[in-house]
Design a protein around this ligand. Sequence first.
Ligand SMILES: Cc1cc2nc3c(=O)[nH]c(=O)nc-3n(C[C@H](O)[C@H](O)[C@H](O)COP(=O)(O)OP(=O)(O)OC[C@H]3O[C@@H](n4cnc5c(N)ncnc54)[C@H](O)[C@@H]3O)c2cc1C
Length: 551
Amino acid sequence: MTPGLDTIPAAETDVLVLGGGIAGHRAAVAARQRGMSVSLAYLAKGASPYIIGCNAPFGHVDPRDGPEVYYEDMIRGGYGLNDKRLVRVLATQATAAVDELRSIGVPFAAENGRLLQRHLSGNTYPRSVYVPEGTGRAILDHLARQCRDLGIETLSGWKAVSLLRDGEEVVGALLAQPRDSRFLAVRARAVVLALGGIGRIYEDSTYPADVASDAYALAFDAGARLIDMEFVQFEPVVTVWPEACRGMEMPTAMMGDGATLLNAAGERFMLRHNPEHGEKRIEKAKLSLIIQREIDEGRGLADGSVLFDTTQVPIDRLESYVTHVRRLRSAGLEPTKEGPHVRPAAHSEMGGVAIDDQGWSGVPGLYAGGETAGGLHGASRLAGNGGSDTIVSGALAGRGAATTQSTLAGRNWQRIIDAAAEKLRAARQQSGATAPDEIKQKVRAIMPRAAGLWRRGEDLEQAMRELDLLQDVTATGLATPDWTQSIKALEARNMVLTARLVVMGALARCESRGAHQRIDWPGQDDERWLHHIAFRRGSAGEVVAEELPIQ
Ligand SMILES: Cc1cc2nc3c(=O)[nH]c(=O)nc-3n(C[C@H](O)[C@H](O)[C@H](O)COP(=O)(O)OP(=O)(O)OC[C@H]3O[C@@H](n4cnc5c(N)ncnc54)[C@H](O)[C@@H]3O)c2cc1C
């Protein structure tokens, strides 16, 4: 046996939550509050700290808002592909979830006891609640404190490399410390996957480095169904200049406050496409497509971008985006006088693990929440709904996991842990020449060419061929001189698998809907395509595609 995995220490818990973003923390709290012992394992904090706001239809700014309008906005914004059970849960539970966060001290901006709510694109009314100094960070800090107070065991800096499985049942996870190659098997009665989204499978991406496509690969390997993977959201306005702010997402909420988009000729081009509202009341997917086309057709700035004009935003509103304004100023740009240059970048995944309204994946013992889960957003996510999703579906998955009837006793743990270690052991034994990072770079180059904002059958077919070759290399041809590289090899394999699922879905869906736009199949075809494309693992490990009806 390869050294390093010979004797793996083991720990035990009722519920193991994988992922330390907001969804993971919410799941951990929810399961603990139902009397479960809980372990929360994660690498870092994921995309959650960057959340600027969360939608909740309090109607504090406009009393016409409420769960029904919010529900309708989501269905319209998702082009009808949403799982209505999950939409109903979010529409009816978002305000209570925010109130719960307020009760543990999250300082959402408010005046005279009423929450301030920003108007984000695609939403009928202003409904995004926020913390001026950073919403995601504030929520996470308070949830982390709550986890400590509740006695939740936190395993920070640990990477989940595979799930422990007993037959069809998921019974824990094998964790690794990538820096010093330590391993730990956590046995659990139920597991919540809250590992975020697709990570950096596109060259231009806003994902932080700790999110690496593992969620979908782990779920796939365990037998879960993945739906709607072709729907990748591109954040429309990601900074490319000033250089020091490259990759920083400008808040779409700021456009609700008066920021505008200008092309090289100084034209406010959004008025051509959305004459009544300009940059407002348009969902992100559409906004990204319009900006990309403006650039592709040669009307952008010289660096392949458009201008995000911050100079017309009232000063008090502008200063409320504390982090953004601070970062622009420290890069030498005064946002009251000049705006940054922006263009779309891959940002979040609408698809993911198919779950029911208890957060259950259909695989015994496996639950999913946050960006890892699919179905809620349909073909396009409303701006601000990533945050709301984490606080509601995270708790949903935690509560679901707490209903487990599974037991830890009477299992052959040696065999279960050995089987989970096998993939890693096989990766370590490779003696190929290709570094795992080379595979990752190749995936990042393939994806924007074929599965970017505008897609075409022949490009997708070509991408599929290239990804299949990369898959072959990850199976045997990687250089893995140590455990760190072996873990990276698994990561590269997970990225290739995830990229293949995105491309397969995009190739199969011969229509254009929301974030999936086929140049060769323009137009939405409800008769043929108003259903999910689902993927699951076949008996020989192959990808099996299915059509799933919308719930
Ligand atoms: C820059 C940026 C800005 C955003 N702004 C907004 C916004 O304003 N409003 C909004 O609604 N949405 C926004 N989003 C989207 C939103 O951040 C995500 O949808 C949301 O944070 C997902 O939360 P999550 O808890 O599901 O996953 P994440 O917060 O991404 O957390 C994933 C967790 O899993 C861990 N992890 C991943 N793989 C492994 C592994 N193998 N083993 C162990 N741990 C692992 C990570 O370390 C992390 O702890 C933004 C995203 C980005 C990138």
